[in-house]
Design a protein around this ligand. Sequence first.
Ligand SMILES: *Cc1c(COP(=O)(O)O)cnc(C)c1O
Length: 387
Amino acid sequence: MSEAPKFIPFALPDIGDEEIEAVCQSMRSGWLTTGPVTKAFEKEFAQFIGVNECLAVSSATAGLHLALRAINLQAGDQVLVPVNTFVATAEVIRYFDADPIFIDIDYDSMNLSIEALEIYLKNHDISKLKAIMPVHIAGQACDMDPIITIAHNHNLFVIEDAAHAFPCKYKDKLIGSLDSDFTVYSFYATKTITTGEGGMLIAKDQSHIDLIKKLRLHGISKEVWDRYTSSKGHLPYDVDVLGFKYNLSDLCSSIGRVQLKKAQSFYAKRSKIANQYNEAFKNLDLQLPMQKRLDDQHAWHLYLIRVNDSSKRDSIVDALNKKGIGTSLHFIPLHLLTYYKETYHLSEDLFPTAMRSFQSLISLPIYTKMTDDEISYIIESVQELCS
Ligand SMILES: *Cc1c(COP(=O)(O)O)cnc(C)c1O
């Protein structure tokens, strides 16, 4: 057995001297808020995905909020959301006094179940339904073709929560370049690339892009940067819509530009760890992440295993913790969270597949800062506990 390293946290950002230097440069430049560095970051991110334009925002939550505002979501409207996601996906719907409609997941992918989606649509009044928000859990793409077809057939917007999905491919195409209305990424500290806090939004429709550009900065019709630097300089601005403070600062974007350059090598490293795990765990009393489409690219933001005997899950998590290995749970199905349970009177048995998946789930560390020794130690510990 490898010697126990000191505690291996569940997640750690990978920040190098280049990021630190970039932030210093940004600070020395005298321009701290949204400006030229954010513009450059947007341009480079758009090039990476292969789209015309990206909009930097202060978080994925902000981006999802802006997307729902752009489609003019109203109180009493409904939006379809997988029950297995982080709370941000549903919370933004509640900002409008609109209602998230939870859909059960597909056991293998842990993503929105197309079957459950179709059953819901067939059996309910859907006159208030406005959008569907697929979430690429762990970095595994949702089955987007049927989702987009269903959305078109029912006149629904598709807003992809791509917080785990950079860089992730569905049928050889990068998430963000598909035919959905919006895609929103997160650069939160634990995500595959980080700006500390931050996010990026891609929208298909030019009118949505133009509106969100205003909405993310108080509804001001001209970007502040243009106001202070262009020769037209000090023209008065106007506000014709209620805006938000959801812009991304140049300090954050300066980290993001460096992280973006490293995104492929970060991905290669996570993918190598995932392959090592897959190989080492294949004969254990576990279910491993399952990839059905061979032309997909799993972003490996998370590595989720499920123990065959769910009654052993908690003791395995405890034992891993005692061995100095941090784990997590992704995710507590939203219908179990008090706010949603009480607001919508939801019972536990409403989403049997999400429950079955959740009860056996362990999320293992998978990040670029892990050393070979740490990876071996985790592998040996899981082998010992799950054989
Ligand atoms: C992290 C996360 C978010 C929120 O991202 P922020 O940038 O922190 O707002 C949204 N959805 C999912 C699935 C996430 O994991």
